[in-house]
Design a protein. Sequence first.
Length: 214
Amino acid sequence: MTQTPGQAPLRIGLTGGIASGKSLVADMFADLGVPVIDTDVIAREVVAPGQPALDEIEAQFGEHVIDAAGHLDRAAMRETIFSDDGERLALEKILHPRIGAETRRRADLAGGEYQVIVVPLLASSPLADFVDRILVVDCDEETQVDRLLDRDAGTEDQARRIIAAQASRHERLAIADDVILNEGNIDDARSAVTRLNQKYRRLAARQGPHVPST
């Protein structure tokens, strides 16, 4: 699609609960040549050793959230923030402005007919105003718990606390323009991505001038 000055590509906000399969779906879009900006990747980069955000996190939460190699101890951080809403909000205050600014910068550079912007907590994020449509990857809570236990080897109680700290399934579906049900059949998920890719390219071709939010 030829863009006019000030026009941005159609932007699809990809979201879903933890362990719903967002990364799987995002990779499928990337395989189709779609630019993908993943805020989880950006979040890891902004807390790398030497980054100001990591120093702020250590000052806010203490040395126990930094491992021996000077990296963020993600397990310790999860345990801290998911047992205390105040601590979780304090972390978000440090990270979210940085993640948002870098997401917008990368989206402005990425081009493409349309873009997929992966935001796990999109329901409560300012980036909800940056995207044109919202795609929710959905699965039931028991599937989320099973995947979390397989992936992170934590406890069921911790898994359920992490899930409870996020937007509810109902809240995510309430903001969805499109939904992919991902209960574990990869072929079904890939077929859904293929159909949506065609839909988004049609929408992008019809999209008029659009100035992204700031």
